[in-house]
Design a protein. Structure first.
Length: 289
């Protein structure tokens, strides 16, 4: 089974004049690889996947694989609330050469836990390693611990991204099965690793890939004092990157550094002025502007 450990950047999708800005995507990916991240996750929540067309979605994945050129893992977001759509997208991503797929809990139609199990198991049957994505604040329902335990027995399930905000849930999962857990919240990376998680699918790593990679490396080696110093230095950044709906703030932050255009697709739009000021002040205090 694929080993997933370290920092995985949940790549934003840069736009310019309404289209995907592939030169900016490539430059951003180079920065991530230079910063020592373990992998990238295109077309997830941070990548504004709901606003990408089907063709754009696959093209972003294809370009990410091309640009990464085997230098880091690529975990493609290919989830959907339709199992058939998730299967089709995952097959295409598999053909493009990704290393794994991130599968979000089907949203809006609120399946039962049995339906969730069958959905994820069907995708895992394709043979591409699956990272489950538990984010009930966006999908409306959690993947119950019992369902995670059942799915952990499937050879195609590689890990779970835990973005439910609960360190206790990580402990509960790992008390009952051996699945790899990755934090889905930057501010909870350190406490989740303390109870057994193996890394983070990160938003903040767009800005501090090297520092976050070092924090996770120290924590996984048991040097929590060293890791805590980095956590404390950047805690306000972790917090303020979620001052509004992700990925609105991180796009504003990366744009403020001149690396992308500050461009969104509706229904997402630019930060409120007061929140922008707060975020930029935090970036300056962290030495990022």
């Amino acid at each position: 089974m694929l080993k997933l450990e370290g920092v995985f950047t949940a790549l934003l999708t840069p736009f310019r004049n309404g289209a995907v800005d592939y030169p900016a995507l490539r430059a951003m990916l180079e920065d991530q690889i230079a910063g020592g991240i373990a992998g990238v996750v295109p077309c997830g929540t941070t990548g504004e996947s709901p606003s990408l067309s089907y063709e754009e979605h696959l093209e972003v994945i294809a370009k990410t694989v091309e640009f990464a050129a085997g230098r880091c893992l690529v975990i493609a977001g290919t989830g959907a609330n339709s199992t058939q759509e998730a299967l089709e997208m995952t097959r295409k991503a598999q053909q493009l050469g990704v290393d794994a797929t991130l599968q979000v809990t089907p949203y809006y139609n609120k399946p039962t836990q049995e339906g969730l199990y069958r959905h994820f198991a069907s995708v895992a049957d394709l043979g591409l390693p699956v990272v489950l994505y538990n984010v009930p604040s966006r999908t409306g329902i959690p993947i119950a611990t019992e369902t995670v335990v059942r799915l952990s027995e499937h050879p195609g399930i590689a890990a779970i991204k835990e973005a439910g905000g609960s360190v206790d849930r990580v402990s509960e999962i790992l008390d009952r099965c051996g699945i790899t857990v990755l934090s889905g919240d930057d501010s909870l990376t350190l406490p989740m690793i303390a109870v057994g998680a193996k890394g983070i699918i990160s938003v903040a790593s767009h800005l501090i890939p090297k520092q976050l990679s070092e924090m996770v490396k120290l924590a996984l080696a048991g040097d929590f004092a060293g890791a805590l110093k980095i956590h404390r230095r950047y805690y306000r950044l972790f917090r303020d990157l979620f001052v509004e709906t992700n990925p609105i703030p991180v796009k504003a932050a990366v744009a403020a550094q001149g690396r992308i255009a500050q461009e969104y697709r509706l229904p997402l739009c630019e930060l409120a002025p007061a929140n922008r000021e707060k975020l930029l002040a935090t970036m300056k205090s962290c030495g990022l502007l």
